[in-house]
Design a protein around this ligand. Sequence first.
Ligand SMILES: Nc1nc2c(ncn2[C@@H]2O[C@H](COP(=O)(O)OP(=O)(O)OP(=O)(O)O)[C@@H](O)[C@H]2O)c(=O)[nH]1
Ligand SMILES: [Mg+2]
Length: 318
Amino acid sequence: MTEHDLVEKLFVADKLAVARAITSVENQDSMHLGLLKAIQKNLGRAYRVGITGPPGAGKSTIVSKLAKHLNDSGSRVAVIAVDPTSPFTGGALLGDRVRMMDLSSREGVFVRSMATRGSLGGLSKTTQLAADVLDAAGFDYVFMETVGVGQSELDIVEAADTTVVVLTPESGDSVQAMKAGLMEIADFFVLNKADRPGVDQSYNAISTVLQLSTRPATAETAKNIWTPFIVKTVASENRGIDDVVKGIKRHHRYLMETEKLFSKRKERVRKIVLDIVGENLQKEFWTQGRLSELETRLDLVLTNKLSAIQLAEELTKE
Ligand SMILES: Nc1nc2c(ncn2[C@@H]2O[C@H](COP(=O)(O)OP(=O)(O)OP(=O)(O)O)[C@@H](O)[C@H]2O)c(=O)[nH]1
Ligand SMILES: [Mg+2]
């Protein structure tokens, strides 16, 4: 497929073209720059939602029910599963896998998993560029699922307009969440597996943390302050999914009314540009010559003749 064909097909949301375009930005192949340039004029319409939380909390189940719900009411929905632990294809139970395939065969729904670990520039940039492709292809919603156990959930916050953290009543989820910094990043929480014991205790534990971390509002600031809330779901039985949809739409409205959507997106673009410039400068800088200079002079540092800082400075100045 030529670049021109690819772009044309992408604009009519041809699934093969969408997949091909994502691969192109993922691998930074010869087409990707032209492609990203060509889609720029079509960006900014998709609403981007990050879904994160501990392994097995039900993120994929929730995303697939959300996608169905939104698609049933006429929206076009794309899902990116970033570094999935039990991806739609990998370790997921057969039933889950069948449901996911059923989902992606729908007209107007696109599902993709992405392995971004170790990729140049990190997860954030690749995920964002993939989301750009999906945005240009006319999807109304782009969901990005990632397991919240390290850096990836912080990247998802950057990439998303709304961030949803999924917890369960299971052993100490909320305590773990606090440790992992998940409490700060949620625009709202989904307490999934509400069919399991301990749901009320979990609800109360999360509420308490939320109350403690919410700043008191004055009359003027109240309308500009977002207060995270908790939605209970039993995703496997499709219960509470409509409330999650409402939560996403409410947060979207809030961001628009306060003009925070614009500033959030501006911040995202700033970071991406900084990232790419940083990468380009590094690539340019580390010529073969400099790399071997580095190798030869490492010994000087190890024999205490030169400090690491001096070496770095010398290399940059040469
Ligand atoms: N009892 C119960 N089980 C659920 C619920 N939602 C999901 N599950 C089950 O929990 C298991 C994990 O669900 P997933 O949706 O794969 O969870 P995940 O968070 O995407 O998992 P990872 O991507 O591996 O981190 C599956 O067997 C689901 O069927 C629920 O509300 N109640
Ligand atoms: Mg999953």
